[in-house]
Design a protein around this ligand. Structure first.
Ligand SMILES: [Fe+2]
Length: 364
């Protein structure tokens, strides 16, 4: 991509993007970063851009070395670092560097723990891979109760819920959730009834010497792309019907609505929601519900299939991160009479982890 000035010095052109597009003068004017207009400490404008004259024009533009100097018709003059401007032009909310996978996955994002991991270049690689694959496992973290909170805080900002800052996954009597029993758990995303839905789930293995109790992961996006190609009708119904997800106990009543497959406006996948134990579809006509039930059954079947699901056993010290908007998780049943299985879990939010990633990237 190249930036240039038109012969009359009154237009900024960008080539390699929509065939020599002229950049709107307002777009440039509201990106002036001089101290009078922009607070460098927080990246915020010091004025309301709607107050800039609508017919703002470029009076004169010049490129000198690596800078573009523009004088606007309202008298404001500013230097832009061309590289920054090109980066800004390239910013696109749909940019995603994803590697979809199925059970043939060759490279798994598995790392060995080290102190201050998320203040290092290696930490940046861990986070980038997490976003690429939708999960990662960090091995040999301290096997200490509640250590997960230190870990979570070193990576992002913790999301407290009605279960507290963290939850313990082990069998208890009168369990408030099936997770706290020894039953098998089919592939699902967590807590689709919350608003917003927790972005990232972390699970820390403290003990796992029972028989069974293997963890499972499925790349929900890979399953969706498969359905989009092979079963377009079912894909369409799952990406258009909004479902009510609900959780209730003695003190809590949570509810949220959303599609099983949520798409972005460019039709890429934004997120998946699957939690068949607590989803309630609206009362549509029989034909539509027939289609919906078939589509949901197929999605569940694929998410739990040998083709898409990986299965492994977590060891004490393993810290598993899962993108709750993309990766489905589950576990096989385990025998409570032998050994013990104890995991601790918590949630953190995407924006805080992405912030960490961007800061580490800027400093590397
Ligand atoms: Fe879960």
């Amino acid at each position: 991509m190249k930036l240039g000035v038109a012969k009359n010095k009154k237009k900024i052109l960008v080539s390699g993007y929509n065939n020599n597009m002229v950049i709107h003068p307002m777009w440039l004017r509201e990106r002036v970063t001089d101290a009078k207009y922009f607070d460098k400490n927080n990246g915020q404008r010091l004025y309301d851009p709607s107050k800039i004259k609508k017919n703002i024009k470029i009076e004169r533009a010049l490129i000198k070395n690596k800078f573009l100097n523009i004088k606007f018709s309202d008298g404001v003059q500013s230097d832009y670092f061309i590289k920054d401007l090109i980066n800004e032009i390239n910013k696109n909310s749909f940019q995603k560097n994803l590697k979809l996978w199925n059970s043939n996955i060759k490279y798994k994002p598995i790392y060995k723990y080290e102190k201050n991991l998320f203040n290092s270049k290696r930490g940046l690689k861990v986070i980038k891979d997490f976003y690429k694959f939708g999960f990662s496992i960090i091995k040999k973290t301290p096997v200490k109760k509640n250590y997960i909170l230190n870990f979570a805080n070193s990576l992002g900002i913790l999301r407290k819920t009605n279960f507290g800052k963290l939850f313990n996954v082990r069998s208890v009597r009168k369990a408030s959730d099936l997770a706290y029993t020894s039953h098998a758990l089919a592939a699902h995303t967590d807590n689709p009834y919350r608003r917003p839905i927790p972005g990232i789930q972390i699970l820390h293995c403290l003990k796992n010497d029972s028989i069974g109790g293997h963890s499972t992961l499925t790349d929900g996006f890979a399953v969706v792309e498969y359905m989009r190609k092979k079963y377009p009708k079912y894909f369409k119904i799952l990406s258009s019907v909004k479902i009510r997800f609900s959780y209730q106990d003695k003190n809590t009543y949570l509810e949220n609505w959303g599609e099983t497959i949520q798409l972005d406006s460019d039709n890429t996948i934004k997120r998946v929601r699957l939690s068949p134990r607590l989803d309630y579809v609206q009362v549509f006509k029989k034909d539509k519900l027939d289609q919906f039930y078939k589509a949901r059954s197929l999605f569940i079947k694929l998410c739990n299939s040998k083709k898409f699901m990986i299965e492994f056993k977590l060891s004490p010290g393993d810290m598993m991160l899962m993108d709750n908007y993309r990766t489905l998780h589950g576990r096989t049943k385990y025998d409570m009479s032998v050994g013990e299985r104890h995991l601790q879990g918590c949630y953190i939010e995407h924006d805080s982890v992405e912030s960490k990633m961007k800061k580490l990237e800027a400093n590397s």
